[in-house]
Design a protein around this ligand. Structure first.
Ligand SMILES: Nc1nc2c(ncn2[C@@H]2O[C@H](COP(=O)(O)OP(=O)(O)OP(=O)(O)O)[C@@H](O)[C@H]2O)c(=O)[nH]1
Ligand SMILES: [Mg+2]
Length: 270
């Protein structure tokens, strides 16, 4: 199935086949908001198939280390193996390699890397390989976006399957809106951007002050200011072109330019 953005949409049937081919599945999450990038349905499939699961909390460079630790503990308390890493910074790769070898039921082991678009699946393979092999890109649908399942030899004991980003996105409305399409292809980027801005502000009221030097906390005004500063205006009315600003915000969110994080529910009372 292909979306208007040209992205290969995996079906649950394909996810099922992929899990069957693997000995271990790495479920990659975004450290800023692990729960919204977690797929219960994927975990159910892994458990039904009796495969090993490692939860990989990626982009840990975007959150305080204590928060990455809290999330690791949160998943470990639920009986999962979890590691946090920052693949694009090549941090934590040794830890992940060790976790894979410890978990491996056989060697050489086949490891499938699965997760929502833009969580950093290809970056993880590149970091483990130690050189650039799997193509990466910041935005769904742009060149470098992983389109097909592909097998990589990471070392003599580990084979990895890179997958297109799309396991059907469940749950979180914001994630559904911003991960399914490249920002350029979103018909109405303004509504998703506003919901995303509101969510980010809830956890970090200074996020837009730090990212852009913008003081206001009104989502529409934030979009207007970005448009005005970058000189984006409608040709006829000369109003700020907030559609373009909305796309910029969604892109910057994927890139990690806008900082916020969510702590696990169990850590909140500490
Ligand atoms: N800050 C930060 N950014 C990261 C990290 N890992 C990946 N990224 C960035 O996230 C974006 C997506 O990375 P990819 O590795 O292409 O993600 P993917 O999950 O393979 O994406 P698709 O194949 O398109 O689904 C890129 O801009 C990466 O540079 C990380 O550890 N920290
Ligand atoms: Mg990829």
């Amino acid at each position: 199935m292909t979306s208007p953005g040209g992205i290969v949409l995996a079906s649950w049937g394909q996810v099922w086949n992929l899990v069957s081919r693997a000995d271990i599945v790495l479920h990659v999450l975004d450290a800023r908001d692990p729960i919204s990038t977690l797929s219960r349905r994927l975990i159910n499939i892994i458990e039904k198939k009796n495969k090993k699961l490692i939860i990989v909390i990626n982009k840990a460079d975007l959150v305080p280390r204590s928060v990455a630790e809290e999330w690791k503990e949160y998943f470990e308390e639920q009986g999962y193996t979890a590691v946090y890493i920052a693949a694009s910074k090549h941090m934590g790769t040794l830890k992940l390699r060790r976790a894979i070898k410890r978990t491996a039921p056989v060697l050489p082991v086949v490891v499938a890397v699965v997760g929502y678009p833009k969580v950093g699946k290809s970056s993880i393979i590149n970091a483990l390989k130690g050189r650039h092999s799997a193509s990466t890109s910041p935005y769904p649908g742009s060149p470098g976006y992983t389109r097909h399942f592909q097998l990589y030899r990471v070392d003599s004991k580990i084979l990895m399957i890179d997958t297109p980003g799309i396991i059907p996105v469940e749950g979180d409305e914001v994630e559904k809106l911003i991960r399914g399409y490249p920002p350029e292809k979103l018909e109405d980027p303004v509504r998703p951007a506003i919901i995303l801005i509101e969510k980010i502000l809830k956890y970090n009221p200074n996020a837009f002050l730090h990212a852009y030097g913008i003081e206001t906390q009104d989502p529409v005004k934030i979009l207007e200011e970005i448009a005005v500063r970058r000189g984006w205006f409608y040709k006829i009315t000369k109003e700020p072109l907030i559609e373009e600003a909305a796309r910029a915000i969604i892109r910057d969110y994927h890139d990690g330019k806008i900082r916020f994080y969510i702590r696990p529910p169990t850590a909140l009372s500490k």
